[in-house]
Write a protein that binds this ligand. Structure first.
Ligand SMILES: O=C(O)C1=C[C@@H](OP(=O)(O)O)[C@@H](O)[C@H](O)C1
Ligand SMILES: C=C(OP(=O)(O)O)C(=O)O
Length: 448
């Protein structure tokens, strides 16, 4: 078992007998926690991460960095979610084995770090992790002179593989097709300041997904004193990171807005009202785009210094939305569309076929099984809903995908009998999702 590795349990999703009304909170952002961990490991001095996310993906990241010679220690902090992390960089070294679980951030962000280590570092993960796209980032490392070998000693293009770190990377210019994942770009930028010549990454593919996640990488690097230039000319993207020291961090991790999305959706689909304190008024997290989606579907969102309040309408309306920048939101948006009035279309998310599972196929199959007409397009989905009382419950398969489970919980509020397969899979990014969800739904019943 890997840290936080789930125990399989099927879970009857709670039905909202009344509108969902209440307050909730979610722990820290996965994307920010794992970026901060990597930067802290590469920094000049000790760092403090306050209110970090402790979930399977971030525990795997911390464990992997420890295996490379970095100290990541629990220290007491103010967060109700548990201890802070004190990170002490060390000389990076192999031999080491990295378990990526199913975490894109671990499997993509760490090979360039391993390239800086002295000694071989072997990477593997869950069975499905071997199917997730890795080729472009590994090819880039090989082109930069880092041997990355598969089990037969040939150049690797997927998990499992071994990075033969030589203690240094020269760096320079490299082309990467990031059309299947923005994480290839983020990975090279995060470690690039430590390459002797820095790095210039040129995106060569078609559409570039998840641009806000690359902006997030650029922003955390700049905050750590790294000089980075971004060029965008008619879809031709490149980034140049100057070689430099990385300043140590003392950071408070923002709450994870993509994980907050299902809780906001709970109010939206039941005509209720929820409030989350500490929703940031400025953020690079693409999960923030859920506010716009909810507004366009007829909900009301009010954000001020106190936090975010979402009020659901009597009936949500369908939407035509491009989620290329915020594709993590797709499963929960499908759940909203399944309970809306009229057809919806989600565009720009072809690359989520390479997420935790083929999300387009999984969403079409599982919402289809509930009685919603969902069809796949080249880059998304078309959803033709039916009134909720004509939908049927049953086992909702989750394919080890935390966001499939969260989407099922949203639709389960209105459709009796939805049983979520392996609810513990939500522990990938949101520990105790089921407890938090039940607390909100049962508090709503009491509030009326
Ligand atoms: O850099 C990150 O933290 C992430 C980038 C995105 O990946 P893709 O570009 O592969 O979609 C996103 O979907 C993922 O959940 C987190
Ligand atoms: C795509 C996701 O994760 P990962 O970081 O594993 O790519 C996600 O959390 O929706």
């Amino acid at each position: 078992m890997t840290p936080g590795s789930p125990v399989t349990t099927d879970w009857p999703a709670p039905v909202a007998r009344r509108s969902v009304v209440g307050t909730f909170s979610v722990p820290g952002s996965k994307s920010l926690t794992n970026r901060y961990l990597v930067l802290a490991a590469l920094a000049d001095d000790e760092s403090l991460l306050r209110a970090p996310l402790r979930s399977r993906d971030t525990l795997l990241m911390a464990e992997a960095l420890r295996s490379l010679g970095v100290r990541v220690d629990d220290v007491e902090g103010d967060s109700p979610e548990g201890a802070d992390w004190h990170v002490v960089p060390g000389d990076l070294r192999g031999p080491a084995n990295v378990d990526c679980g199913l975490a894109g951030t671990v499997m993509r962000f760490l090979p360039p770090v391993a390239a800086l280590a002295d000694g071989p570092v072997t990477f593997d993960g869950d069975p499905h992790a071997r199917k997730r796209p890795m080729g472009p980032v590994l090819k880039a490392l090989i082109e930069l002179g880092v041997p990355v070998e598969d089990a037969d000693g040939g150049p690797a293009s997927a998990l499992p593989f071994t990075v033969r770190g030589q203690g240094r990377v020269d760096g320079g210019r490299v082309e990467v097709d990031a059309s299947t994942s923005s994480q290839f770009v983020s990975a090279l930028l995060l470690a690039g300041a430590r390459f002797s010549e820095g790095v210039t990454v040129v995106h060569t593919g078609e559409a570039l997904p998840s641009i806000p996640h690359i902006d997030m990488t650029v922003e955390v690097l700049r905050d750590a004193g790294v000089v980075i230039e971004v060029d965008e000319n008619d879809g031709a993207w490149s980034w140049t990171v100057e070689p430099s020291d990385i300043r140590s961090l003392d950071v408070m991790v923002e709450p994870d807005l993509s994980n907050a999305a299902p809780f906001l959706a709970a109010a939206a689909v039941t005509g209720g009202e929820v409030f989350m304190a500490d929703w940031p008024t400025y953020t690079t997290q693409p999960g923030d785009q859920i506010r716009d989606v909810l507004e366009r579907m007829g909900a009301t969102c009010t954000l001020d210094r106190e936090g975010l309040r979402v009020t659901g309408p009597q009936q949500l309306r369908g939407i035509d939305v491009d989620l290329a920048e915020a594709s993590e939101l797709t499963p929960v948006v499908v759940a909203l569309c399944a309970l809306a009035d009229g057809e919806s279309r989600i565009r720009g998310v072809a690359h989520i076929r390479g997420h935790e599972t083929d999300r387009l196929a999984a969403l079409a199959a599982e919402f289809g099984a509930l009685g919603v007409d969902v069809s796949e397009t080249e880059d998304g989905l078309v959803i033709r809903p039916r009134p909720a009382d004509q939908l049927r419950g049953g086992l909702f398969r989750t394919y080890d995908d935390h966001r499939m489970a969260m989407a099922a919980a949203v639709v389960g509020l209105r459709v009796p009998g939805v049983v979520i397969e392996n609810i513990a899979t939500t522990g990938k990014t949101l520990p105790e999702f089921d407890r938090r969800w039940s607390a909100l739904v049962s508090a709503s019943a009491e509030a009326h």
